[in-house]
Design a protein around this ligand. Structure first.
Ligand code: FAD
Length: 471
């Protein structure tokens, strides 16, 4: 079998070499001839179509260690798939040995200590499901099928971030297989530099096999959901959004979005496919207070649909899943914002009006609150001054429509980036965004990250990521 080396050359791996690796594994080793290979290499974003030389579906830490050592011995390119949701397709590389962690989805909750240990192949919904058994939760993102590993290692924000910070701010420790194939623990007390780097610097320093998350009482009910209006109301709705967001308590997270109305039962048929504006809210504190807090949204103007109600937190965490299915073609542009100004809203409305596909969206997420609690050097996650993040989210079905949808996203970004803090979120960067965008995401942390990389991965064996050169 042919595989790609770290230097980008091709080598032959003999049947004996592969048999030797197989003997050390408990999980299956898949090559292109195996039926499951195709499903393993496919990612959330159908724009990415790469073919690893082989895939190991790891069943535990020992499998990960065996693969990392095998890759080291033969100088192979190694890539790691957590949830496979990275829009740039950083989970897979042509010719690489791919570690597919999706069979490692165990979650153990210590109710007394309020800590969850989650294996690195979990998706967000796995963690919510087990922690909610105990009325607990940690900070995760908005779509339950996203992988915890990529999300956490790049920062991570969602409905609970304004109360408790980035996901990484709530990680107590990580188990890590280092590029030399050994297992270490990283926390604020142990291998603290490695821990600091993994909290925002991505999988540059090791393969994380498990995360310990701090948990908090959340739910079982929260107040949340969507209220929608016709796009003609967008200027007034965005003004309301800005006003409510500026005075929101940390328990409340508000998101504004503009898109063609999806064909869902809670929106009248005559609006399906028509442009709408919607506010998405989640109040994760006492539901009675939550109902009062969201009342001005529900009472505003004449909504065409309203599903902002008391609902289980676990359901809230899945509310948007159907809007982001695996297998569509996706292209995003994103920036952090210091605030919402009228001129930004005008531009956002203008570009939302030019959306080329029924699935695309212009979205404004609210940050602030506890995200700004720490100093910028608390971990490698920077940009703590950001108050909002916008995402121009192109989504469509057919490769024939790539050019016009990408052009739409880029044109919108060209106008909207004037309002940026200058920073961007590393987990939203697309395939065509280069080193200058990694710098915009990691900023001043880059120098220290380079030093940590030199200590833990001096040969840059883990390079299929937003790569940090050994400093
Ligand atoms: C639909 C959707 C919704 C999203 N919503 C949010 C959101 O609400 N909040 C938010 O913060 N982000 C969000 N994101 C962005 C998300 O955080 C990133 O896409 C993230 O990379 C996904 O993690 P993953 O494990 O699925 O990624 P993968 O594609 O599997 O991996 C991404 C990168 O992480 C590395 N990696 C994966 N596992 C490991 C590991 N165990 N050890 C070391 N390195 C590893 C990979 O090598 C790769 O470089 C969303 C993305 C999508 C597609």
């Amino acid at each position: 079998m042919k595989a790609t080396t770290l230097e980008g050359t091709e080598i032959d791996l003999s049947p004996d070499m592969l048999a030797g690796l197989k003997l050390q594994l408990q999980g299956p080793l898949l090559t292109p001839e195996d039926a499951d290979y195709e499903a393993s290499r496919r990612l959330w974003n159908a724009m990415i179509d790469r073919r690893p030389a082989m895939v190991v579906r790891c069943l535990g830490v020992a499998d990960v260690m065996a693969c990392v050592r095998f890759a080291r011995e033969h100088e192979l390119l190694l890539c790691i798939k957590g949830g496979g949701h990275n829009i740039a397709g950083l989970a897979v590389a042509d010719g690489a040995l791919m570690l597919d962690l999706s069979l490692m989805r165990g979650v153990w909750v210590d109710r007394e200590r309020r800590v969850a240990h989650a294996q690195a192949g979990c998706v967000l919904g796995d963690v919510d499901r087990e922690t909610q058994v105990h009325g607990l939760a940690t900070v995760l993102g908005f779509i339950s099928t996203t992988g915890i590993a990529g999300l956490t290692l790049g920062g991570g924000f969602g409905y609970l971030s304004r109360r408790w910070g980035y996901t990484t701010d709530n990680v107590l420790g990580m188990d890590v297989v280092t590029p030399d194939g050994s297992l270490v623990h990283a926390s604020a007390d142990k291998n603290a530099d490695l821990f600091w780097g993994l909290c925002g610097g991505g999988g540059n320093f090791g393969v994380v096999t498990g995360f310990d998350y701090q948990l908090y009482p959340v739910g079982p009910e929260v107040v949340g959901g969507l209220v929608a209006w016709p796009a003609s109301e967008a200027p007034a709705v965005l003004e309301l959004y800005q006003r409510l967001a500026e005075q929101a308590p940390p328990e409340l997270t508000l998101v504004a979005l503009m898109r063609p109305a999806p064909p869902v039962p809670w929106l009248p048929k005559e609006y399906h496919g028509q442009p709408i504006v919607a506010l998405l809210a989640c109040y994760s504190g006492d539901p009675e207070e939550g109902e009062l807090v969201v009342a001005p949204i529900k009472a505003f103007g004449q909504p065409i649909g309203d599903v902002m109600v008391r609902r289980p937190y676990a359901q809230m965490q899945k509310l948007l899943d159907a809007t982001q299915p695996k297998g569509r073609r996706y292209y995003w542009k994103s920036e952090y914002l210091p605030g919402i100004e009228p001129a930004l809203c005008d531009k956002a409305i203008e570009h939302a009006g030019r959306i080329r596909s029924p699935h695309s969206v212009v979205i404004l997420f609210q940050l602030g609150g506890a995200l700004n609690r720490h100093e910028d050097d608390h971990s490698a996650v920077g940009n703590r001054d950001a108050r909002y993040v916008f995402n121009v989210g192109g989504a469509w079905e057919s490769a024939a429509d790539d050019a016009e949808n990408i052009a739409w996203a880029r044109e919108a970004w060209d106008d909207l980036k004037a309002f940026s803090t200058g920073g961007t979120y590393i987990n939203f960067l697309t395939e065509d965004e280069g080193q200058e965008r990694t710098e915009a995401a990691l900023g001043p942390a880059l120098q220290r990250l380079g030093e940590i990389k030199r200590r833990w991965d001096p040969d840059n064996r883990l390079r299929v990521n937003r790569n940090i050169a050994p400093g």
